[in-house]
Design a protein around this ligand. Sequence first.
Ligand code: ZN
Length: 158
Amino acid sequence: MTRPNEDEYARQEAEIDELYREVILDHYRHPRNRASIESPTVSRQGYNPLCGDEIVVDLLVNGGVVEDVAVRGGGCSISQSSASMMSEAIVGRTVDEVESLFGGFTAMMRGSDDVDLDLLGDLEALMGVRKFPVRVKCATLAWHTLREALQELTGGKA
Ligand code: ZN
């Protein structure tokens, strides 16, 4: 595995709109819900071989509602801040709402501008990453890991 060049990463991050960059760095330096849940309903690990990012997502789901979420892992600032933002965005939401968020966020990262940004909150900041296709994988890792966890819960029907 080749880890992309750190200088190249720094250069990319410097090109991200300043407001967006501040939000991303705030989540990276002060990650939310960074812990583990003792008895999660489901736990899933994700890996992005392009960058070496790793994410573990623990979910506590009760009656179709995500009551608690914990994320941890290691990797680049984009992957870790995205996981932090995701954890804030999904806690207290129903599994269906989380599914909509997943759809909205991944559509935004694929380049769609027809996305409800109010729903996404801080996640909007990751829009600045769209111009670096390799980093899009970093930004969506936590979400794909989350979705796999939800699919495990629902028996693959999601
Ligand atoms: Zn990465």
